[in-house]
Design a protein around this ligand. Sequence first.
Ligand code: FE2
Length: 193
Amino acid sequence: MLATQCPPEIAEFAERCRERIRNTDDEQRLTQEIARDLTQVLDAGFDLPEELRRPQEERYIMYPLYVSEDDDLSIASAVWNVAQGTPVHGHETWGVVGIYSGQETERQYEKPQREGVPLSALDQAVWSPGQVTVCCTIDDDVHQVWNDGDVPCVGIHVYGRDIGRLERRSYDPETGDQSWFVSTWPTDNDEEK
Ligand SMILES: [Fe+2]
């Protein structure tokens, strides 16, 4: 499914991602290749319609740009308003994130081997427009992100599953308690109403 307002540059990028997915089972290689491709797309520049960059008041929002029929690729425009962020969470798939505008702060954690053990924090980084990071591979996918800049942060997020329908974990880093959640696409919320 390609969003009607998806920029052509992202539609082309989605096709390139699909080709790369078909050509390798190596997640490390795949995410590096997709990170390089996304860097080029951001460097070349494209117009993301205002409707796909709009923050919402209550919490961050992820607008679907592309979701494959085969549940092997989804691309979203993720928008954090000023001071919005996520809990510590996992993805249960690989992911690559590039910043379109604004800035995102990310703190990574070691993926715990079992529940109930406090999490170990790893690196913290601030990502700016044009920067791309491999946010996750299945064995290393736990982080927290937030916007401590003074304008909304818009990122292009690429995942190896349908991230709006995939069950994944959130963590209490102090206790190691885990709970499962689904991000849900805003369009799915509309259907539920
Ligand atoms: Fe994440």
